[in-house]
Design a protein. Structure first.
Length: 317
């Protein structure tokens, strides 16, 4: 089931900031209007299935988030927790780590996301996605919505915040333009140890190198992508960690279609649909009650994310 090649037209310097092409100089950050997306950039997102680089927060704020995260890693890696620390970083960190909730609820990021989803926004998940330097870990090409049980919705967007430089050398993401216009495509699970996805899933289409756009962003910048956009990333062959805070936002119209229930935090506006169980921000870092709730959510969401899986690698993405 090969995917046809996508042609990238020639562009002028004036148009460069709205065009993304592999092998070209990294685009300049988008210009925001009072912290919000311009109409032309909103249209670009819906046309391409992604948008970058967006200066959502300051570089200093991003580096401070990194400092706090690495302090947590230092202090908690060897402490006793019900699950490994990596599970809490990678699965619903917003429920047990105030830092993750702070990032997900950041007004600068929400102002940008509002241009895509509208005024009513729920935080579905926050995770810290880290590739250590000079390692082989990768993310195979996939669509996010494949195993989430939320259907092929357009009312979910991922904001990918760089806490360290994301470059081709450090294993930045690659997106396939306009691939979000496909339905959910067949995927194959590998459960490979060097694959950072929960099932090692890979979309069963041929993605040519020339069809990929490298999403190079710097600390404080975000990219946005649609839940059906085909994307992946290579290994980090740089000498620094590639650290991202990845926030999954949904509107109240989204609903769990496979599992019995699902959970979210209201970040902005109102929820008039009631499709999610609302949870409060964490009471503290790895608070006992929050840890119990995290386990409840993890088990409930695994019913959808690991449905029909032939192996149990563990729910990490």
């Amino acid at each position: 089931m090969p995917m046809k090649s996508l042609a990238f037209p020639a562009i002028s310097g004036e148009d460069f900031n709205t065009f993304y092409g592999r092998g070209m100089t990294m685009p300049l950050p988008l210009t925001l209007n009072a912290g919000r997306l311009r109409q032309q950039d909103i249209e670009r997102y819906w046309e391409d299935g992604f948008l970058f680089p967006i200066p959502a927060i300051s570089p200093d704020a991003a580096l401070e988030f990194r400092r706090q995260l690495e302090m947590i890693e230092t202090e908690w890696t060897h402490k006793s927790l019900p699950q490994p620390l990596n599970t809490y970083k990678r699965v619903n960190a917003q429920c047990v780590m105030p830092l993750a909730y702070q990032i997900g609820a950041d007004p600068g990021i929400l102002n940008v996301v509002e241009g895509i989803l509208g005024p009513d926004i729920l935080i579905y998940a926050v995770e810290f996605f880290i590739k250590e330097p000079n390692t082989r870990h990768k993310v195979t090409m996939h669509q996010d919505l494949t195993y989430w049980g939320l259907g092929a919705t357009s009312e979910m967007v991922t904001a990918w915040l760089a806490l360290s430089p994301a470059t081709p050398q450090s294993g930045c993401m690659d997106f396939v333009r306009k691939s979000h216009k496909n339905p959910i495509l067949p995927h194959k699970d590998s459960f490979a140890k060097d694959n950072l996805l929960s099932r090692g899933q890979e979309v069963q289409v041929d993605v040519a190198e020339q069809d990929k756009t490298s999403i190079e962003i710097q600390p404080g910048e975000i990219s946005l992508h649609h839940g059906l956009t085909i994307h992946g990333s290579g290994p980090n062959v740089s000498d620094d960690r590639r650290i991202a805070a990845v926030i999954r936002y949904v509107t109240p119209n989204v609903a769990q279609e496979i599992g019995a229930r699902d959970y979210a935090i209201l970040a902005r506006g109102a929820d008039r649909q009631g499709n999610f169980i609302h949870v409060a921000p964490p009471k503290g870092l790895f608070n006992a009650a929050d840890l119990q709730l995290h386990e409840e959510i993890r088990i409930a969401q695994a019913a959808a994310k690991m449905k029909d899986a032939k192996a149990k690698k563990g729910l990490h993405a």
